[in-house]
Design a protein around this ligand. Structure first.
Ligand SMILES: NC(=O)c1ccc[n+]([C@@H]2O[C@H](COP(=O)([O-])OP(=O)(O)OC[C@H]3O[C@@H](n4cnc5c(N)ncnc54)[C@H](O)[C@@H]3O)[C@@H](O)[C@H]2O)c1
Length: 367
């Protein structure tokens, strides 16, 4: 898998205690990487990070990513072969409550990681995770491409667009051209909302449904016709890992950005999601309120992923039903069988995902 790029390598993951970071850490450990992390806290309770026992299997630097002394110093000390930077204030709603905290975490945090990379003497490949929300939403029906205009109407989106500009500036100012003597290669990745086991962030549909189901509470869906692209968390992570492995081998990928999104047709209404979840969360007390059928929905932000296909032969693996099934199954196991067995469930879902990817001909899974 991934040309065995991570086996025996040191990989630094920022935001490793969060939703995506925990899945990425476990996947990297499965592939034989030594993973070290930088995070300020464990952001939720419960948390996949704690339930999977990661605290005992890795080194964590408990740091605020905004610390401009300690973060670059930790990166320089660790001298990693790969960096995946995903520590962020990741929620749009929270960004309205704390816009400046969101700006500093997402912009200055990214700059601090880049400053750490500048101190390295060893070869290192760094993947900087931003968001689909870095694109100015011009309410078009077309999917956004990597060279579309950046911007943001809310503090979170603006912080991610600004992080992009900082990453691009730092890359061009300090990491030169691919054939430079510099050893650091940078890639930028943009994905949209993801679902899956282990997500306990506030105000997200799948965790909210699972939490209510676990205590027998009713779930009422008020805007069942609202549509979103739905993607399992392992899909963009496969893209991040694949880009990292390829960039380490292919200098021409330096300073390129890639979208990793679901297929264009995988845009389903919320109604489909809860109906699919109910199939796998038996007894879910669900009310679908169709009374607000005619509300205006802001133009959907979709990604065009032709560049990832063309440069990396990357495509998503799971269809909508598979995505919902494994998301619901994970929460079912967590709430019914307890946290103790969850690492085995996570490992099993990773095996299932990589097995399907291999069967479906994904190059990263067969290399
Ligand atoms: N989850 C999604 O749907 C989604 C969609 C698009 C982009 N992203 C991006 O992917 C990345 C990971 O998202 P996630 O859903 O796993 O987020 P998350 O909120 O679950 O995790 C965020 C991580 O960052 C850490 N962190 C936050 N503030 C910090 C600070 N000041 N100092 C140090 N660490 C800090 C947290 O401790 C945690 O480990 C983020 O950059 C996010 O913006 C996520």
């Amino acid at each position: 898998m991934f040309n065995n790029a991570f086996n025996g390598k040191k990989v630094l993951v920022t935001g490793h205690t969060g939703f995506k970071g925990t899945w990425m850490t476990i996947w990297l450990q499965q592939m034989g990487a030594e993973v070290v992390g930088i995070s300020d806290t464990i952001p939720t309770d419960p948390a996949h990070f704690s339930a999977a026992g990661l605290e005992d299997t890795m080194t964590t630097h408990w740091l605020d990513i905004r610390d401009e002394e300690a973060v670059p110093a930790a990166i320089a000390d660790e001298a990693p072969d790969f960096v995946f930077h995903m520590a962020a204030q990741a929620l749009v709603k929270a960004s309205y409550d704390d816009p400046v905290g969101t700006y500093t975490t997402n912009m200055v945090g990214s700059a601090n990681v880049l400053e750490g990379l500048r101190r390295l003497d060893n070869q290192c490949t760094a993947i900087m995770i931003t968001s689909d929300k870095c694109y100015e939403n011009v309410e078009t029906y077309y999917g956004y491409r990597e060279d579309d205009r950046l911007g943001g109407a809310d503090p979170y989106s603006a912080s991610k667009a600004a992080a992009e500009i900082i990453i691009s500036s730092h890359t061009r100012s300090f990491f030169g051209q691919p054939d430079d003597e510099r050893n650091v290669r940078i890639g930028v990745v943009r994905a949209g909302n993801v679902v899956g086991g282990g997500d306990w962030a506030a105000d997200r549909l799948v965790p909210d449904v699972a939490r209510s189901w676990s205590v027998g509470e009713n779930v009422t869906i008020r805007r069942p016709q609202a549509t979103r692209p739905w993607q399992h968390v392992l899909e963009p992570i496969s893209g991040y890992l694949h880009l990292g492995a390829e960039l380490a081998q292919r200098p021409e990928l330096h300073n390129e950005a890639f979208n990793f999104g679901p297929p264009a047709e995988a845009v389903n209404p919320v109604r489909d999601v809860v109906v699919a979840l109910k199939e796998h969360l038996p007894g879910l007390d669900l009310t679908i309120d169709e009374s607000q059928a005619h509300f205006h929905e802001a133009g959907l932000l979709k990604l065009t992923c032709d560049k990832a296909l063309s440069y990396l032969q990357w495509t998503p693996v799971l269809d909508f039903d598979e995505t919902m099934k494994i998301s619901a199954d994970w929460f079912h196991s967590f709430y019914k069988d307890g946290a103790d067995g969850i690492r085995a469930v996570t490992d099993g879902q990773l095996d299932y995902y990589t097995g399907l990817a291999a069967d479906r001909g994904l190059s990263w899974a067969n290399s």
